[in-house]
Ligand binder design. Sequence first.
Ligand SMILES: NC(=O)c1ccc[n+]([C@@H]2O[C@H](COP(=O)([O-])OP(=O)(O)OC[C@H]3O[C@@H](n4cnc5c(N)ncnc54)[C@H](OP(=O)(O)O)[C@@H]3O)[C@@H](O)[C@H]2O)c1
Length: 253
Amino acid sequence: MKQATYHDEVVWIVGASSGIGAALARELSARGATLALSARRQDELEALRAELGERHKAFPLDVSDAETTLRTAQAIRAAYGRIDRVVFMAAAYAPMPLGALDLTVTKAIVDVNLTGAFYLLSAVLPIFNTQSRRGQIALCGSVAGYIGLPGGQPYSATKAAMINLAETLQAECGDRVDVKLISPGFVRTPLTDKNTFAMPMMIEPEQAAREIADGLQARAFEIHFPKKFTLLLKFLRLLPYGLALRLTRKIKP
Ligand SMILES: NC(=O)c1ccc[n+]([C@@H]2O[C@H](COP(=O)([O-])OP(=O)(O)OC[C@H]3O[C@@H](n4cnc5c(N)ncnc54)[C@H](OP(=O)(O)O)[C@@H]3O)[C@@H](O)[C@H]2O)c1
């Protein structure tokens, strides 16, 4: 199959400073894209920009701040004249049992993973409306959002919401905007380094990046990988609740 290329395309990656987002930046840069790189850690972004080359730019951003997100979207548009694709990879993660929630951390996770996605949409959709070329928004969910499993909260609830948000965006704006949902299984990154449990079928960020780079130009709404793992969890989601919940109760976090 011919590899998807990105020459003459401006791609904004939010969450580019580490993990899958940084690997995706390397992959898209190699395939010809011009990148706007965002996350909070300016040093990491600048190092990545220096590695990838002069045509890319860093736009440091805390996506849980609505005003900064809006100004950053406008600054990228002003710098490049347009934005062709936006990939929302930013997320905060700290697993905790529902019986012992740290509410400050819970709010911080929701602020980045979910509220941040709304801030991004609100900043980007008006820009897309003024452009002649159809824009793309790719939102990163997770298989953790497919069905509630023990031990993943509050992160997993934000990922379930992200799936719903992407579905609604496709239903409402799909004629004007190309919407993609990214659903990774386990990928070796600073995020999964926090896990102490076994992570089956874990892949490297470079493989995840190749899947995403191909998937952004494919027809399918969802980009999910690795397929052996994601299809298993999709099957669990299809079961009647009575059976599915009996199975999920047996899983130990
Ligand atoms: N790794 C997996 O197994 C896995 C599985 C399913 C889904 N995912 C999803 O994949 C995406 C990337 O995760 P990852 O595994 O690559 O983790 P990661 O290395 O921790 O990357 C998270 C990124 O989000 C950025 N970020 C965090 N808070 C932010 C904020 N307030 N504003 C802007 N950027 C912020 C981080 O940069 P700064 O700290 O510099 O801000 C970093 O670039 C996430 O959406 C995650 O939920 C990952």
